[in-house]
Write a new protein. Sequence first.
Length: 543
Amino acid sequence: MVVAARTVTSTVRVLESLPALLRDDPRVSVVFAHDPTSAFAAGVLDLLHASGCRVMPWEQLAHVKADLVLTASENVELPEGDCPVLVLPHGVGFQKRVPDARGPHDRLSGLVPDALLESGRAWLAVSHPDQERQLLAAHPKTAGRTLLLGDPCFDELLAGRPRRHAYREALGVSEGQRLVVVSSTWGTTSLLGRHPDLPVRLLGGLPHDEYRVAAVVHPNVWSAHGAWQIRALQSSALDAGLILLPPVHAWRSALVAADVVIGDHGSVTLYGAALGTPVLLGAFGADAVPGTAVHDLAAAAPRLDPDAELRAQVESVVRDHASDRYAEVARRAFADPGSALARLRAAVYELLKLPEPASAPPPDLLLPAPEPATRTVTSSLVVTEVSEEGHGPVVTVRRFPAAAYAHAQGVPHAGDTAHLACSDGERDRRLLESASVVERACPADGAAEALRWIRGTAAELPGSLLAACAVRGGGHLVGLRDGRVAEVSVTGPPIAPGLAAAVVYACLREGHSLTDALLTLRVGEVRDEDVVLRLRPAPPVVS
């Protein structure tokens, strides 16, 4: 078997399915042929070598007698021959028109050249009978050349749902937080093609104790622009805590973990909707094909207004969502979920003219937990509000990444008190020197060490009003510039020193006493904990 590898997107789709199909079978030898002619070929060789694949140059393909060519790229120029060619979709169906590399016009994504259809060698895998009818109406030469196999990727997403908590944990999504996944296909009509600043604007408007934001960017974008360019474009968003998912594999488990998907007409958005996740369409290009499932999604999903407050729209789509909202869209995209790998294996062996192995059917492997690269948020705009309830003062705290503050809408609100807080790990010296509150990133081994750090920070950063440090074993010390020290003990789960400092800061601004006061800390909607504040003289420093 020869696997024709042309783009990262198409190569990944084959690599995700092939090992399960050919388990323990010594009769089949697989060689990967690298086609370097695509504008999105960058990264393919690295992917193949990292996967341990045997790779041959494309020009050698004409001299190899293969029994089957397998590919998820419809745009390969295969040499003449008589072996069958099985073409897998690298997305959901045939839902998009894309530029044709062979001429000035566009073409239907997923449709192979006429010559390959006319040769009788091509077989097009489809995930739903509607796609067979669509192809026949748009291109009669596909008659009799389709195989209804289902969608292995969707089956993996469904199988991964019981591990949703593990995926969220791997992404750093805490209990009570919402994960917003921004999904963008490629091209000028894509979500990031139209709104490249959407990730940083979301991060600027969503409190980072309550939300995490991840971005799934189409592999073609990574290939065309390179990882360095993408990270440079999203630099402020990355500083604000954006989880930029690698272009290979990781998006699947992140999609299972998502609470909201903000997307476009790409397949990832449709997969998310089919899983029952709330969806906001931030863009929808005219290159989407009418009559397809993704086009139906455009009629069913609410639109994101990029000029309106983003947080209110995210909260609204979650609040108003019904789990079966996109059930009909999913039904039109995926036939007989759960059987795709078994059907694909049967088709591969039939085309190879070999009996299927007597072993068990392909295993339903669970998606691996993602390993995303994300930066810690080291500076925050902290918004506090003090109110009185029956049991005493309540301090509500919401923190927004300072790196995204320029893109925030309506933060802070009228009547709120706001201050800049930085970790001592903040690399932007201007932010650190402007911060009202400085917190130590790692706990001190004891009160003496914490006090030495507080005093040293006050001396080094004369603009700071408070310095906060967690003490190993429990509690926090918050030092004021006038030399007083507040001890913050916590009833319930531990909190970050920045939250302890926010309570002290809010009380000072409101004129509340810090002597043996019992308060309630509210971090948005995430937690509601009692925090005891006690003002005491600083213990002596032990040298």
